[in-house]
Design a protein around this ligand. Structure first.
Ligand SMILES: *Cc1c(COP(=O)(O)O)cnc(C)c1O
Length: 384
């Protein structure tokens, strides 16, 4: 499959028709165990669902092909994937450098769940390589980054961070949830591992929770696979199948998400009600140049800073109708959120706190004229 281009791989990798019936879509193997041909005679290596399931394997093959990795593992959630990766690779006393604007759940996992087991974490400004170099200790094992970040869509230079990290012998993990592999492929830029919340763009239809780890080479696979097997936070067959189905339209969806978000960002820049528009597709954005270099599109996420402040941002988040008020992102339907009290409530008042006057949009693939009209009527309601 690797000789094919992205959109083709997304549809065909791991998706061979059922050999027995010719069903063009591989079936959902809704089974907990597999019959053995004599003791230890596993058919295609399948034994018990926690160790392996054919539907999950299809998805894992597809995920590896999308990111250009050698292998992938699929989990029950993005955080379950992150947890298996971290516990598979780290041991007590190890230290992680974490971008200072990563997903709040990642910060919580490291500082609340893994810290009591001896994993240390420092949050750093990853845009400054001198800050990274200064924060590296003898015990540092991993640099963990997210670009574009949430909710300010900050862009950091993946290849540059890889260079600094690899010079110090560190492992680079990129959370590629916001861009998706349709727009950005960190392994090709030198990263060692990619993680995903497949709940978002990969699933794409707001109907499934899932996560993945994709491996650039074989070094860490067995350790993480062991965690998956020994703990069991695997994706269920139906969830794996739904994710597989979502991925088939990823390329075309990401094009439309990006086109709609760009149009909304440009509209928002022309409106005095917004003092800031955070979207990497705008020339005014802090990371536009780097984004041009490492992304093939700018994605569907953007944040808007209301000129009138926090109360106006809260009210605006409650004033739209096509943009529905909800957490999460990456589905075909547009969502709006107020990060300080929703996605980022757990980091309010910490070093990771976000501005109080912003709303975050997950721009869907509805007609963009309808979406802008919805935002305009929201502003009209604020003015009344
Ligand atoms: C949602 C999200 C996660 C966590 O994934 P879950 O599937 O909710 O466990 C991790 N990273 C990013 C960037 C996310 O948006």
């Amino acid at each position: 499959m690797s000789e094919h281009s992205f959109a083709t791989r997304a549809i065909h990798a791991g998706q061979a028709p059922d050999p027995i019936t010719g069903a063009i879509i591989p079936p959902i193997y809704q089974a907990s165990t597999h019959v053995q041909d004599g003791i230890g005679g596993f058919r295609e290596g399948f034994e018990y669902n926690r160790a392996g399931n054919p539907t999950r394997s299809s998805l894992e093959t597809q995920l590896a092909a999308l990111e250009g990795g050698v292998k992938a593992l699929s989990f029950a959630s993005g955080l379950a994937a992150e947890d298996a990766l971290l516990r598979g690779i780290l041991k007590p006393g190890d230290h992680v450098l974490l971008g200072n604007d990563v997903y709040g759940g990642t910060y919580r996992l490291l500082t609340k769940v893994l810290a009591p087991w001896g994993i240390e974490t420092t949050t750093v400004e990853l845009a400054d390589v001198d800050v990274i170099r200064a924060a590296i200790r003898p015990e540092t094992k991993i640099v963990w980054l997210e670009t574009p970040s949430n909710p300010l869509l900050k862009i950091v230079d993946i290849a540059q961070i890889v260079e600094v990290a690899h010079a110090a012998g560190l492992i680079v993990v990129v959370d590629n949830t916001f861009a998706s592999p349709a727009l950005q492929q960190p392994l090709a830029l030198g990263a060692d591992l990619v993680v995903h919340s497949t709940t978002k763009y990969l699933g794409g239809h707001s109907d499934v929770l899932g996560g993945a780890v994709v491996f650039g080479d074989d070094r860490y696979f067995d350790q993480v696979k062991f965690q998956q097997f020994a703990v069991g936070a695997v994706s269920a067959p139906l969830d794996a199948w739904l994710t597989t189905r979502g991925i088939k339209t990823l390329a075309v969806r990401m094009r439309q998400h990006s086109e709609n978000a760009q149009a909304i960002a440009e509209w928002a820049e022309s409106r005095p009600e917004f003092q800031d528009v955070f979207y990497p597709g705008l020339a005014s954005h802090q990371g536009h140049e780097i984004a041009m270099k490492q992304m093939s599109g700018f994605g569907g996420m953007l944040s808007l800073g209301l000129s009138a402040g926090a109360d106006a941002a809260r009210a605006f988040a409650e004033s739209t109708s096509l943009f529905q008020l909800a957490e999460s992102l990456g589905g075909v339907e547009s969502l709006i959120g107020y990060p300080p009290e929703m996605t980022h409530a757990s980091v309010r008042g910490t070093a990771l706190a976000v501005p109080e006057n912003i709303v975050r949009l997950s721009v869907g693939i509805e007609d963009v004229g309808d979406l802008i009209a919805d935002l305009e009527q929201g502003l009209d309601r604020l003015a009344r």
